[in-house]
Design a binder for this molecule. Structure first.
Ligand SMILES: NC(=O)c1ccc[n+]([C@@H]2O[C@H](COP(=O)([O-])OP(=O)(O)OC[C@H]3O[C@@H](n4cnc5c(N)ncnc54)[C@H](OP(=O)(O)O)[C@@H]3O)[C@@H](O)[C@H]2O)c1
Length: 428
């Protein structure tokens, strides 16, 4: 056997412990496949005394992750602490400066500082790998940077936050309100300490920004992702969408348009027969479209100890084998700044509203849509209350700008009783 690859792991939570377990359980398998042993040398976490249900006695302990990052006896620094500033950033920078390769599961850090970190690492001849940061156990970064390297990528789509997909599918299955399922998910520990990271679309937005950079050769730009969470999705909309053959998903879409790079993370209607429509519970799915391959669909667990550690170890094995792919699939210096396009790609929309129950109300709404250049594909009134009539409209393809113009005009009609719901219908 040749020289071992020596690991330092910063963070011994869900992911860190998962990595330790794989290295211990599969030491022979890993060494055989890589042609060299994979060894953990040192670890770091906040508490040295916490019981982590795994044997750490053979590893050196560092209280400070920055000290771990600088150790001369490690080759790869694995950052699985989390957070986009503080110890995660300081230790990653220190590791690069002291000649280590980096494997990270930290989407927040990379979505915000990825460009600068990648440039620094590449200047120093080091690699940063982050498979675990996007869609957990699904090898989507590898698929894009290696398997699809011969394609021009045309669109990336994905359901990349399992907690949101759990909430939306549970609402539909149990007929429960958003608030009820949110509380349930929180009690089950499915949501981050700050739930807004999940339900506000921020966590999934970080992942989309990372995939966009790889797909379109652009500098990662999380601030340009249009974010809309699932907090305003109602059981009413889930039922009405189902009635028309759709499911509501928190869907990320990245696409290069004539007007720039469009990155959206928002609730969308997708056909219930599509792979995305059929995705249940906490599972993730990423759909990649390339000019040569057409479309591929990747599906799998987006989080959890085993799946995330599996992705980290895939990156570790690449480094052990000497495979050195640039962080975003091409040298960081060649990534260009993309112009951000907002909802440039037209789509049909689902509109739900309450109209005053009097003759001519529907005609006024149809007129406002017509004035904005929006034609109606389907329209129906369902149910009936004393003074209001609930109405559903599916438009033909239109831009978000035209739609917003129409929604503003609805107010002036005097017949729409509360804010209409507008959800994009994505062609998948
Ligand atoms: N969990 C998942 O399913 C999953 C999936 C994909 C990506 N990720 C990403 O993986 C990373 C880790 O997630 P996780 O779920 O494993 O988190 P976690 O369970 O909260 O564990 C975090 C670990 O980091 C340690 N830590 C925190 N601050 C530290 C500091 N200042 N110095 C030293 N150690 C420190 C903690 O130490 P103590 O244990 O002593 O408190 C803990 O061991 C995050 O970036 C997350 O976004 C997680």
């Amino acid at each position: 056997m040749t020289t071992p690859l020596r690991l330092g792991i910063a963070g011994l939570g869900t992911v860190g412990v998962g990595i330790v377990r794989i290295v211990q359980k599969h030491s022979t398998l890993l060494a055989t496949r890589a042609g060299r042993p994979i060894e953990i040398v040192a670890v770091s976490a906040r508490s040295k005394t916490k019981n982590r249900d795994v044997d750490l006695s053979k590893y050196e302990w560092e209280d400070n992750p920055v000290s771990l990052a600088k150790r001369a006896d490690i080759d790869v620094f694995i950052e699985v602490m989390g957070g986009h500033e503080g110890p995660a950033k300081d230790a990653t920078e220190a590791a690069i400066a002291s000649g280590k390769d980096i494997v990270s599961a930290n989407k927040a850090l990379l979505a915000i500082h990825g460009q600068a970190l990648a440039e620094t690492a590449e200047q120093a001849g080091r690699v940063i790998r982050f498979e675990a940061a996007v869609a957990g156990g699904i090898p989507v970064v590898k698929s894009m940077t290696e398997g699809l390297a011969g394609n021009e990528i045309t669109r990336v789509m994905g359901v990349m936050n399992g907690s949101c997909n759990y909430i939306l599918t549970r609402m539909e299955d149990a007929g429960l309100s958003y608030d009820a399922v949110f509380d349930e998910a929180n009690q089950l520990g499915y949501l981050e300490a700050d739930p807004e990271l999940d339900v506000g679309g921020i966590d999934a937005g970080h992942k989309l920004a990372l995939l966009s950079a790889i797909a379109f050769g652009t500098q990662v730009d999380f601030d340009a992702v249009e974010l809309e969470g699932i907090g305003s999705v109602t059981i009413e909309d889930i039922h009405q969408a189902a009635d028309m053959g759709y499911k509501i998903k928190l869907l990320g879409v990245a696409q290069m348009t004539g007007r720039g790079l469009e990155q959206r993370m928002s609730p969308c209607l997708v056909p219930d027969t599509s792979p995305l429509g059929q995705l249940q519970g906490g599972t993730n799915m990423v759909v990649l479209e390339g000019d040569a391959v057409t479309q591929i669909v990747l599906r799998g667990p987006g989080a959890g100890e085993g799946p995330t550690a599996s992705a980290v170890m895939g990156d570790v094995m690449d480094i052990a084998r000497g495979l050195r792919v640039s962080t975003f699939g091409q040298p960081a210096k060649t990534l260009r700044k993309a112009r951000a396009a907002r909802a440039a790609v037209a789509a049909p929309y689902y509109l739900r509203m309450q109209l005053i129950d009097k003759p001519g109300a529907l005609a006024k709404v149809a007129h406002a849509l017509g004035e904005a250049g929006i034609s109606i594909d389907r329209m129906r009134q369902y149910g009936h209350e004393d003074t209001a009539a609930p109405v559903l409209i599916v438009t033909h393809k239109t831009t978000r700008t035209a739609l917003e113009e129409a929604l503003a005009d609805f107010k002036a009609t005097g017949v729409v009783t509360c804010d209409p719901v507008a959800i994009r219908i994505e062609a998948v």
